[in-house]
Design a protein around this ligand. Sequence first.
Ligand code: HEM
Length: 430
Amino acid sequence: MSALPRSPLTAHVGKHPGEPQVMDPALISDPYGGYGALREQGPVVRGRFMDDSPAWFVTRFEEVRQVLRDPRFANNPVASSLGARPEDSPTVRLLDMLGFPEHLRVYLLGSILNNDAPDHTRLRRLVSRAFTARKITNLRPRVAEIADTLLDRLPEHAEDGVVDLIQHFAYPLPITVICELVGIPEADRPQWRQWGADLVSLQPERLSVSFPAMIDHIHELIRERRGALTDDLLSELIRTHDDDGGRLSDVEMVTMVLTLVLAGHETTAHLIGNGTAALLTHPGQLRLLQDDPDLLPRAVHELMRWCGPVHMTQLRYATEDVELAGTLIRKGDAVQLILVSANHDPRHYTDPERLDLTRHPAGHAENHVGFGHGPHYCLGATLAKQEGEVALGKLLARFPGVALAVPPERLERAQVPGSWRLVSLPLRLS
Ligand code: HEM
């Protein structure tokens, strides 16, 4: 397992004994055990965010869903109702600690995820048309075609019979899909993948170089595309912006592209990676799926619950005093929703640590919070689930004897807080 990268964020760890800290290496290396223990301590636990400012950790399924749909909790750290100065908000302090140039802050703070109604509603409406169930179903043949092409080439990447699924399948599939949807040229995609990795690394020396480069690149892309609009999402955003600047500002347009491309591949890649690793280490469940491929949609629900890649949401801020499960959350307090512990809450699931692909009844909506909940529920969830189904279904059909090339305990995980990502997934194909 790789060591936690050195970062100004780790300097605080241990300063407040008894209070969980998001950067604590013990929580990062064992989120299921660590956050599971917090959940059993209580539904609302006082802890510390990455910048070491206080935050309430909400750990149980019902309370997590309750906060995520409660309009008294805001995403925007400097919302006018909070009266906070930007420099006092944990999110902004974190950006400073990570070396984000101040003039570029707006590109993160302007994102759909950092806004509340009415701005959030306006931004979401502008892009949600591209992600309706029908649009995503129509994309399925193209997703399948991309998966087939990657699987055709997979054996060529093998060294001594071993191929890394993360490198050659789990990343290339979703990055190709989201870039085609948004309209990012093929030649730029490797660069985007690097930027995505730099952003999630939380390392100032990587972030401070990559973020400005990414913003410049998107401006350039918009300039070019404006001269030759097509039917991709970028052209759609440009049309909306140019027709009526009140519906989408310059910064919002850039931020939307950034959010969609990064959120659209960095997470899905790890649903595919984690999901494959889970199946290959649970032969009984793997056999069940291989015998009945119709189980795939339910299997993906369960894999999202059991080993979903996103362990926490963005911070929320109480816009007034709120009592939550007996704890008084004061106006302005930050709240951290712990999805990983909610998804393993024994109050909600029978035998939650057991991977059970038949757990979710056929045809039922998902029963987990791996994609969040409420107004900020993942915009790309339908797309991500479809990609997960296609990727796992096709991989297992093409290589029915596929197996891990290393013992499960040697699978290396990226040591980043709030997520579950394999650095590589070495497989033997057969
Ligand atoms: C929001 C997870 C794939 C775009 C979210 C949230 C979660 C999440 C937990 C809510 C965060 C919060 O409330 O603070 C995931 C996971 C994915 C995935 C686990 C893959 C397995 C995608 C894809 C896209 C996408 C493919 C591409 C469009 C977004 C956007 C938001 C979001 C734009 C913000 C929505 C809003 O604020 O209204 N995602 N996501 N995600 N996701 Fe995903």
